[in-house]
Design a protein around this ligand. Structure first.
Ligand code: ZN
Length: 166
C-alpha cells in the first residue's frame, strides 16, 4: 500500500516532488505543476457471513497474510455501491450468493484503508474456495481465531455486541 512518504514523482509530469507545507501538514508538491498530490484512503468492505451460530472464514491465498484465516473482504471499485462490492467479493471468494442484512459500522484511522463492515446472510450456494482463497470454513461464533488485519479485533468485538442485541 502506498504511504505518503513513498510518493516521489508527479503523476502529471513525472518530475520529482518536494515536501511542502499546506497548513500545518507536509505534503508532496510538484514545483512544475504547482500542485499538491493528495493520497486518499482506499475503501474496503468486510463481510460477516453468518448462518445460525457460525461465521464464514476464508484462508487467504494471496498476500498480505497469505495462508491466514480471514473475513471475506475486498476493495470497492469506483462507481460501485458498498453493498454491491460486498455481494461481489463474497461471491468471488466463497461462491455463495448473499445479501447484506445489517450495517455494523465503519472503521478508520489505522493505515491506508477505510473499512465498512456488514453482517451478511447467505441466500444460496455452498461455500467453496473462490478467487484468491485456498479454503473456506464455517466457524462457531465463540471459536473465531485471532484474525490478521488491523481492525479485526474491533470488528469481532462489535459483532459480538450486535449478536447480544438480536
Ligand atoms: Zn508535475
Amino acid at each position: 500500500m502506498v504511504e505518503l512518504s513513498h510518493i516521489n514523482y508527479c503523476q502529471r509530469c513525472g518530475s520529482s516532488l518536494v515536501r511542502k507545507n499546506e497548513g500545518d501538514k507536509k505534503r508532496p508538491y510538484c514545483e512544475i505543476c504547482r500542485t499538491f498530490t493528495y493520497v486518499d484512503p482506499k475503501v474496503a468492505v468486510v463481510a460477516l457471513v453468518i448462518c445460525q451460530t457460525s461465521i464464514l472464514l476464508i484462508k487467504r491465498d494471496i498476500e498480505p497474510h497469505l495462508g491466514k484465516w480471514s473475513l471475506p473482504s475486498g476493495y470497492v471499485d469506483r462507481g460501485e455501491s458498498l453493498e454491491n462490492a460486498l455481494i461481489r467479493e463474497v461471491f468471488e471468494e466463497t461462491t455463495i450468493c448473499s445479501i447484506p442484512s445489517h450495517y455494523l459500522g465503519v472503521f478508520s484511522g489505522k493505515g491506508p484503508v477505510v473499512v465498512h463492515v456488514y453482517v451478511v446472510t447467505c441466500t444460496s450456494g455452498t461455500a467453496k474456495p473462490g478467487d484468491e482463497v485456498s479454503e473456506v470454513k464455517w466457524c462457531e461464533f465463540d471459536e473465531i481465531p485471532k484474525l490478521p488485519f488491523p481492525y479485526d479485533c474491533e470488528i469481532i468485538s462489535e459483532f459480538k455486541n450486535y449478536l447480544s442485541t438480536i
